[in-house]
Design a protein around this ligand. Sequence first.
Ligand SMILES: C[S@@+](CC[C@H](N)C(=O)[O-])C[C@H]1O[C@@H](n2cnc3c(N)ncnc32)[C@H](O)[C@@H]1O
Length: 279
Amino acid sequence: MLSYRHGFHAGNHADVLKHAVCVHVGRYLTRKDAPLLFLDTHAGAGLYDLGTPEAEKTGEYRAGIGRLMPRAPNVPDLLRDYLELVHAANGDGMLRTYPGSPSLIMSLMRPQDRAVFHELHPADAARLAALAHGRRRVHVDRSDGLRGLNDQLPPPERRALCLIDPSYEIKTDYTLVAAAVARAWKKFPGGIYLWWYPVIDRSRVLAMEAAIRAAGIRKTYKVELCMSPDTPERGMTGSGLFIVNPPFTLPDAAQAALPWLAETLGADGPVTAGWLLPE
Ligand SMILES: C[S@@+](CC[C@H](N)C(=O)[O-])C[C@H]1O[C@@H](n2cnc3c(N)ncnc32)[C@H](O)[C@@H]1O
């Protein structure tokens, strides 16, 4: 049932886009002293060894983070903090390890913040629990992340950054996720939601956009980076994120970074940064 393992894909172009945006938004939110909940609904294993057979089998990280690391620190603002955290995860600067969203989030957390990581796959959940072991105010939950999103909002902190990053293994995931985000937003309209999607079949992306409009989720920004043009063939050509309630810094940072990122990664598909629904 759960056949997706993020270890095959860690550090690819989709991770680069998602994690750069996540770190940018998280850094902005942690400027204010008030406590923050980080809720990662589909957390994965947390940290990836790029020398494993899984990572080497696809080699996806080479065409993603592998192309960015040599360019640091001369990178657009959107990528700077993210690349610093990837460097920090690789003491001597050689790219051997890739930090997944829980690692990046734990690096951003201050003592007053809290994190909840949902992960259903038993092996990845065990690795994540080991990584988070001994961390204060970090909880690894081996239950369904979409249910967690519903159950934990609104949080006592009254501030939350929610990363919704499913593997979309089953076609119905698209509609389930859209419904879960709409429900969460209705319960907690002030939350910041980072909702990742793959571009495999453009009609599914359009359906998610229609669901956002139908639910009336205002203030939704969209960034998308595709490595190749849309195609009816199988396979992921790119990915994007819907960001609900982004910090005011995100649009300028994303617009400045995307053309650079597209060139550096050799992308020649659609590249978008703009409001889906403004305020
Ligand atoms: C794309 S990966 C997550 C990557 C991670 N967020 C990161 O950026 O490093 C999706 C993960 O969701 C897990 N998963 C699948 N269905 C789930 C569910 N209903 N609830 C929680 N986790 C789930 C999968 O096992 C997989 O590890």
